[in-house]
Design a protein around this ligand. Structure first.
Ligand SMILES: Cc1cc2nc3c(=O)[nH]c(=O)nc-3n(C[C@H](O)[C@H](O)[C@H](O)COP(=O)(O)O)c2cc1C
Length: 198
């Protein structure tokens, strides 16, 4: 049996990390192991429409990076600078010949990858804000494949902590003067609408 507290800790520690030790590589075997977690995850109708492109090559990474938009709430931060960029990427695609619209499968698979990354001492960030036209040009003809999400990966170079959402209800994350990234999360009492028994 898997220790429940350890699992809770894994979920809690699986935060979006946006600054990395770029010089610390992520090897192809690690990426395969992460994709295997996605492969084993639930899929509506078990159709398994998701496909993947993996990169841990510096030249390809350098081409993927400009296609991504980082941390929209951090207005004064243009994204990770050279040296703190991701060491690897997983591009998730939907095979429209299998199914059009893979959002639910996508979320499940992406979280499996993120949890696996944390368990391996890595950090990641899901990126949905993508210049799809440019990324499509870079990765080549996509014939029947829809670009859904990119997961950036690497050894974390920033601390991310969870905060309760304050009375003003502001859910925007922020970075403090020490570079710590704070993520407000709603409380259980705010998200459970009904419970039987109460
Ligand atoms: C579907 C999805 C798309 C996201 N797209 C981006 C993105 O384009 N850029 C980015 O910096 N973060 C992106 N994020 C990360 C969210 O900003 C992050 O999950 C949120 O701030 C909560 O932080 P946490 O992941 O540490 O709980 C995305 C997350 C999800 C689930």
């Amino acid at each position: 049996m898997i220790d429940v507290l350890a699992f809770h800790d894994l979920v809690r520690r699986t935060r979006s990390v946006r600054r990395f030790h770029e010089e610390q590589p992520v090897d192809p075997k690690t990426l395969l192991e992460l994709i295997d977690l996605a492969r084993l995850s639930a899929s509506g109708g078990n159709e398994q429409p998701l496909k993947y492109i993996l990169s841990c090559a510096a030249t390809m990474n350098a081409r993927i990076f400009p296609c991504l938009s980082w941390a929209a709430y951090l207005k004064d931060w243009p994204g990770p600078r050279e040296g703190e960029r991701p060491a690897a990427y997983i591009v998730i695609l939907g095979d429209t010949a299998i199914r059009a619209g893979c959002d639910r499968d996508l979320g499940i698979a992406a979280q499996s990858i993120m949890l696996g990354a944390t368990a391996k001492g890595l950090g990641g960030c899901m990126l949905g804000s993508i210049n799809r036209r440019e990324l499509g040009r870079i990765i080549g003809p996509l014939r029947g494949l829809e670009l859904l999400l990119v997961i950036a990966l690497g050894t974390p170079r920033e601390k991310v902590v969870i905060e309760p959402v304050g009375p003003d209800g502001d859910i925007r994350y922020w970075r403090d003067e020490h570079g710590v990234h704070h993520v407000p999360k709603r409380g259980l009492e705010d998200i459970i609408i009904a419970s039987y028994p109460p």
